[in-house]
Design a binder for this molecule. Structure first.
Ligand code: GLC
Ligand code: CA
Length: 564
């Protein structure tokens, strides 16, 4: 394996819409990111992934692109994008963009042409099919496939009386990757940004580029929307690897760039290797979602309320599955959450009773696993899920499209409870910079409501507190990137310790020179655990030595062991 810069990088994902608003119109922007580059640099990060800022009607906050070659005016201008690249590079920070290959906006000029007539030259840029007629003589979609965001995977178009495929929202028609002309167009998009100086891409929704072209009905049971949620019809299908290989050969291999594909749920090692083995002619890494939902809802006998309990053993199995499966064959990205998930401190920590402890414990695990870690903005201060009590405060396209249907089946109280736990809005609230109004994100009312705990949980407070989560992230990133432990933490071997233990996540990292044990208690109470005697490298409690038999709530330890 050849050592590459991105293997030893620490990544940070920025959701541009709510990161920092430089012109006080309530929406984050590129100039806002530029103003926070010093903050990012001081954190120790040297790689940022910025969510999409292309021109977009914002049905899905920019993942619905109407022009790949320009910046949406709410985020700034192309000039701002150039300045952002050069300011980041001055600080030795690499920048990767979100590249959306699976679909465009329905307001993209290709789609407007495509939908205009059956024989338009761009008709085949998208996926069109005739509908079927049901028993009552009604025109229905070509098959029963469901989409991720609303109802059917098909939407009817009046002009040509056919259906176009859209696995996300109606405003996001799927591109037809089977068409070589379309593929060339998308390669031009990638080259344009690489030539402008970006260092690579996080490639959006990459698992879906190929579909079952027989378009036959799924045999899975139908859901409340009357469609089959059968992702296998358009996920991880073998044909897509030929597209990715071509993209690699024609574009990626011509640049010194880094790519991480978003593979999502349901992928196994075999496809993981197809996406990101060293010799796969594909991407450098692939994100999967397997570890994101390892909580069970259980009834707390004391409060009589439902609470999240982490399935620690299963969580470890999942990490281990991917680490072992990719070992010596490919490199992994690691992350706790992105803009599509709830806040990790609500999932696996305890934001109320053990905010500092659980936030720093989760940081330690992320920053010591093998693979390139990606921190999601706000994670480093332990930002939490939303406290919204009005369903209209939720903005996500999924919520907007599904809430009325959910309310037909459940009470408002239950729906709100579910959204506060699972909605994508949880990770998309304004970054909490200070205790000033609107969390110091903007001087005017932000596009997404701030969480009221910004008064306590904010960057300004945590920079002043040596024991804060933020300071822990700084310390841990420093250990990973610049200390005598860098080599072992980045390139060392990995093995779970006590893998059957239900409460702790513990593992060893070692190379010829050093051995480090990482021990993390995932419970809000003390647990028994034998810790070895060694040199204490990191601890999130005041502690004299590494040795002991009990771990405090969410305690995290990093210990150097004798390497024999
Ligand atoms: C990816 C993005 C998500 C978006 C979807 C469609 O999953 O992370 O935010 O909604 O693709 O582009
Ligand atoms: Ca702005």
């Amino acid at each position: 394996m050849e050592r590459k810069w991105w293997m030893s990088a620490v990544g940070y994902q920025i959701y541009p819409r709510t990161f920092y608003d430089s012109n006080n119109d309530g929406i984050g922007d590129l100039k806002g990111i530029i103003q926070k580059l010093d903050y990012i640099h001081d954190l120790g990060v040297n790689l940022i992934w910025i969510g999409p800022f292309y021109k977009s009607p914002m049905d899905d906050n920019g993942y619905d692109v109407s022009d790949f070659f320009d910046v949406d005016p709410v985020f700034g201008t192309l000039e701002d994008a150039r300045e952002l690249l050069s300011e980041a590079h001055k600080r030795d920070i690499k920048v990767v963009l979100d590249l959306v290959l699976n679909h465009t906006s329905d307001e993209h000029e290709w789609f407007m042409e495509s939908r205009s007539s059956l024989n338009n030259p761009k008709r085949d840029y998208y996926i069109w099919q005739k509908g079927k007629v049901d028993k009552e003589g009604k025109l229905v979609p070509p098959n029963n496939w469901g989409s991720f965001f609303e109802g059917s995977a098909w939407n009817y178009d009046e002009t040509t009386k056919e259906f176009y495929m859209k696995i996300f929202s109606n405003k996001m028609p799927d591109l037809n990757w089977d068409n070589p002309k379309l593929r060339e167009e998308m390669y031009r998009v990638a080259c344009y940004w690489l030539d402008l100086g970006v260092d690579g891409f996080r490639v959006d929704a990459i698992a879906h580029l190929a579909r079952d072209l027989s378009f036959e009905d799924s045999t899975l049971p139908l859901n409340i929307h009357g469609v089959a949620p059968d992702w296998s019809k358009f996920s991880n299908r073998p044909e897509l690897f030929t597209y990715i290989n071509e993209f690699h050969d024609k574009v990626l291999s011509q640049y010194d760039c880094m790519t991480v594909g978003e593979v999502g749920g349901g992928a196994r090692i075999e496809s993981g290797l197809g996406y990101a083995a060293y010799d796969a002619r594909a991407f450098n890494m692939a994100f999967n979602f397997d570890h994101c939902w390892e909580t069970s809802q259980v009834l707390d006998p004391i409060t009589n309320q439902m609470k999240n309990v982490t399935n620690v053993k299963h969580l470890k199995e999942i990490f281990n599955y991917w680490i072992e499966g990719m070992k010596n064959k490919g490199w992994l990205p690691q992350y706790w959450l992105n803009h599509d998930h709830p806040r990790v401190i609500n999932q696996y920590g305890d934001p109320i009773h053990y905010h500092r402890e659980s936030g720093s414990m989760l940081g330690m695990v992320l920053l010591t696993l093998p693979g390139t870690p990606f921190i999601y903005n706000g994670e480093e201060i332990g930002m939490t899920n939303v406290d919204y009590t009005d369903v209209n405060d939720f903005n996500d396209v999924w919520v907007k499209n599904n809430v009325s249907k959910l309310l037909e089946h459940d009470s408002m109280e239950n729906v709100l409870d579910r959204l506060r736990r699972t909605s994508r809005d949880n990770a998309r609230t304004p970054m909490q910079w200070s205790d000033e109004p609107y969390a110091g994100f903007s001087k005017s009312n932000p596009i997404q409501k701030v969480i009221s705990n910004y008064v306590q949980i904010n960057v300004k407070n945590q920079l002043l507190d040596e024991h804060s989560i933020l300071k822990s992230y700084q310390k841990l990133i420093h250990l990973r990137r610049f200390s005598e432990y860098s080599d072992v933490l980045i390139f060392g071997q990995f093995k779970l310790v006590n893998e059957l233990n239900e409460d702790e996540f513990a593992f060893d990292r070692w190379n010829e020179h050093k051995k480090v044990r990482i021990i993390a208690n995932f419970r809000p109470y003390s647990v028994h655990f034998d810790q070895p005697d060694g040199k204490l490298i990191y601890s999130n409690y005041e502690r004299e030595s590494s040795y002991g038999h009990e771990l405090k709530p969410f305690e995290a330890l990093m210990i150097e062991l004798n390497n024999d």
